[in-house]
Design a protein around this ligand. Structure first.
Ligand code: XMP
Length: 315
């Protein structure tokens, strides 16, 4: 996409045409939905109601970071605290596709409640091309039902408007830079959040555990990037595995869980290559995770698989 100014004015015109009244804007704090929300705000003014949902499945410090990010992007928004609602929607669910459907439904029901109050008929969201391609929208099998595409309930009342649905990530990043969005190089974070990084059952305790592991991976990789020891990866994160594994702390045998660390390079998430970070970086990550989650996580693994045959996320 060469002409960003043209894309912006066309997108604003299309939004004005598509949305005659108030609209709910699903703003996750990621680049895609922030760009979509800014276009909606430009097109609809105060008829655009950007809502940031705290699902309880976010990374450490995410709510504060997103609030700062929206303020710096000049986006008006509201935060909705919905942790209890999302954890109860996920209670007992282990299948990844079912997790996405439950999360998609929980988002939509929450937005529908808000829409009733605001008299809105439309939902603007930042879906981009790989989301619907991977959800089976084109001539492909479903790889993952992205929660914001195939994960939406069939009976949803709101009409969905997707101003970025033909763009790829590199194009959205260019647009974000053009619109003055800070941090346009930030790593992607899946909409279903830590629920798809807790393999197996999602409980408050397991989410808290993977949140600590993710924070450690982010801190250590960010530090390695800052000192030039590692090129900036596309994504870097931790996954809590549904296996128990024996460890020792002091004189005690501990039956803990295992964490897998994933650090990948990619251009558009359609394919990805597992990176080979310095061994001491991985050792530091493993040491910190097992120490800061002592008695809970007893083993840390590094994922060497490319996409394909794997996907970037484990679920
Ligand atoms: P996979 O795991 O399919 O992921 O290789 C490709 C990219 O998409 C992100 N991802 C998601 N994003 N909702 C999202 O908004 C989802 O359900 C979802 N699943 C994966 C993933 O982090 C990667 O950047």
């Amino acid at each position: 996409m060469k002409d960003l100014a043209r894309f912006r004015s066309d997108a604003v015109a299309r939004l004005r045409e598509a949305v005659p009244g108030p609209a709910i804007v699903a703003a996750s704090g990621g680049i895609d939905s922030t760009v979509a929300a800014l276009l909606a705000q430009e097109a609809l003014g105060d008829r655009a109601h950007s809502l940031f949902v705290d699902t309880g499945l976010l990374r450490a410090g995410e709510v504060e970071r997103v609030e700062g990010f929206f303020a710096a992007s000049h986006l008006s928004y509201r935060v909705l605290d919905a942790e209890a609602r999302f954890l109860s929607a996920l209670d007992g669910v282990t299948d990844p596709e079912e997790k996405r459907r439950r999360i998609g439904t929980a988002f939509v029901r929450l937005f529908e409640e808000e829409a009733t109050t605001l008299h809105a008929d439309h939902l603007v969201q930042g879906t981009i091309a790989p989301d619907w391609i991977e959800s089976g929208g084109a001539l492909r099998d479903t790889i993952k039902t992205h929660h914001n595409v195939g994960g939406l309930p069939k009976d949803m009342r709101l009409k969905v408007v997707e101003p970025l649905r033909d763009l790829y990530k590199d194009e959205v990043r260019a647009l974000a830079l053009y619109l003055g969005v800070p941090e346009h190089e930030r790593q992607p974070f899946p909409g279903p959040g830590l629920a798809v990084r807790v393999n197996g059952p999602v409980t408050r305790e397991r989410v808290a555990r993977v949140r600590v592991a993710n924070r450690i991976v982010e801190e250590e990789v960010d530090a390695a990037v800052a000192t030039g020891r590692l090129p900036r990866p596309w994504q870097y994160f931790a996954v809590l595995l549904p296996v128990r594994t024996v460890g020792v702390t002091g004189d005690n045998r501990v039956y803990g869980e295992a964490v897998s660390v994933r650090i990948v390079e990619s251009v558009d998430a359609m394919t990805a290559t597992s990176m080979h970070p310095p061994a001491d970086l991985l050792a530091t990550i493993a040491e910190r995770i097992t120490r800061e989650l002592s008695g809970q996580v007893t083993r840390v693994l590094y994922d060497l698989t490319d996409k394909p045959p794997a996907t970037i996320e484990w679920e």
